[in-house]
Design a protein around this ligand. Sequence first.
Ligand code: SF4
Length: 314
Amino acid sequence: MLTEQQKERLYKQQFRLVGSHSVVKICFWTKECVRNKGKVCYKQHFYGVNCGNCLEMSPVITCNQRCKHCWRDTSVFSSGWQGEADDPKEIIKGCIEARKKLLVGFKGNDKIDLEKFDNYLIPDHAAISLTGEPTFYPRLPELVDSFFDDFNFKTVFLVTNGTVPEMLKKFGKESKRFPTNIYLSLEAYDEGSYKRFTCPVKEGLWNKVNESMKHLNTVKDKTRTILRITAIKGFNMNKAEKFVKFVELMQPEHIEVKGYGFLGYSRKRMKEENVPKWEEVQEFAENLSKRCGYKVTAKHEPSNVVQLSKEKML
Ligand code: SF4
């Protein structure tokens, strides 16, 4: 459970708690979009989601990994789900309301296009990626269905660290729908580096991550699967060959190579030198693409990210 002090800190950081275990916040890129700066996030460029209508949330605040590069306060962690699970529909309703309240403050800005603004108040894309490990939430499949069926969302993205394959296997069984995109985030290149850098809170999680990659290989016709590798200088950027086995195991539709950012609490654990330059991210992506037969299909320099896609995708 969060302490009052941790709740206060989250509030000051513009997070809004919803119900007993969910959280919502306005993403930097949604703000840029709403401020009419003509900028959108790389996911709009790569996958056509509506950045201005994005609801960034998570039904879980804790995580079972304490990754050194994570912007989150990793002193908030747990090995799995604890307590009562709120109703999915109530969570979404609460998130939409909290998001609206956070956005209304922007109305005073004279650069805002009021017509567009009213449209931005109605989210149609969910990014279940804000913080914590969303696959802890026991009613996640229902939550995904509810976004689509009860709130007419067009797209729903899920980002997971892969440590709960049991939950990923429930999509299509305990839900009608799959998320539009399922991202599996990975920085480590073997069990040793996983333990050293990702600092899992209990034994056996590395095997779970591998089990998730294997499972995602079997549902590629139901959802867009993405292996997202955070490129960290001085840790994994000279290990491209070590990631090939994960690409073969998961056979993702896309790989995203995203440069680490010196942000949030990670500044207490990492150095600015760990942030790769744009050229270095591209070089690492090229290196990986040569080794696993994927091609570079998209780039977004402001987000320091390169997308690789399977040969057949061209
Ligand atoms: S999809 Fe992701 S990056 Fe784009 S606006 Fe939503 S949370 Fe931000």
